[in-house]
Design a protein around this ligand. Sequence first.
Ligand code: NAD
Length: 341
Amino acid sequence: MKTHKITLIPGDGIGPEVSSAVVSILEAAGAATGVRFEWHRHLAGAEAFEKTREYIPKELYESIEENRVALKGPVTTPVGGGFASINVTLRKKFELFANFRPVKNLPGLKTKYPDVDLIIVRENMEDLYAGLEHEVVPGVVQALKVITSKGSTRIAKFAFDYARKHGRKKVHAIHKANIMKLSDGLFLRCCRDVSLGFPEVSYHEHIVDNACMQLVMNPYQYDVLLTENLYGDILSDLCSAFVGGLGLVPGANLGTECAIFEAVHGSAPDIAGKDMANPTALLQSAVLMLHHINEPETAERVQAGLEQVYREGKVLTKDVGGTSGTKAFADAVLKAMEAPV
Ligand code: NAD
């Protein structure tokens, strides 16, 4: 039996509910496929601060450094003040430069857009998201948009490498270089340069506001979306609506040393603690993690169980038109996984 040590950050809001559902499913899939998980649980954010006086306790940093793989639930970030985003801080600390977000319909779940299959590759460390802000004089604040050729080239290379490896045909760089001529201009120049090394992948550019309209009109014209940090953040939520919403779309924060797997969604305070959250997005993030740690059999078992539940359509959470709770949904996936894959 192979053992994987994984740092687990349950997070807050719906985080503990969805992570406990996901852990139970991974445990069962692992037991059936000869894989054991050693979960190293850590708090982060407001709850961590209450207990340790640190928003990201030292032990959490050490755990990720040691295990190199983390599964993370959402963590609430205060709006308009308070502590810096835990998510952004972790991405910067571990140089998780690529945010990889596949947006794909699940079988049996009817949405207004069937058969969407998009990949969002979002730069994960720069841009306005770096959070570099200051007050110039009272009433005037400045936020610095940081774009570097190193960061832009690295993320473009990631997107094209992915496209080449997985037979994707098109990459669209999304930008606003008509207005932000220097910053988005640099991003675009780097994307163009990288594209030259990948003649088999066609390269296109869309201005971000037009891209929003084009996506809603016809998402099928896109394949891989290559974006800076903020545009990628916004487009991810938009694209999640194609396949049923934020309860479904997974994500991976990838660097050269470590990786943190987390859903696109946040802590959903409106439904927290009510057994209403859909654990699918975190579960599909965990599937990405299983592939990352080279456990494809376990990954396929989980994905097959999940897809069977959607195909049957009997036990679904409210966000996707069902009436079941988080726990009942997780139980349905556990049951579906008992059938041989
Ligand atoms: P949100 O993603 O938490 O919620 C948006 C809407 O989607 C809500 O109506 C919510 O109920 C619904 N939703 C989200 N996940 C769902 C799920 N799994 N199942 C069913 N419905 C789901 O976005 P928000 O309300 O703008 O942000 C809340 C908090 O989360 C903020 O503090 C924000 O900073 C934080 N956040 C954290 C992360 C992260 O940890 N990676 C990401 C995004 C937002």
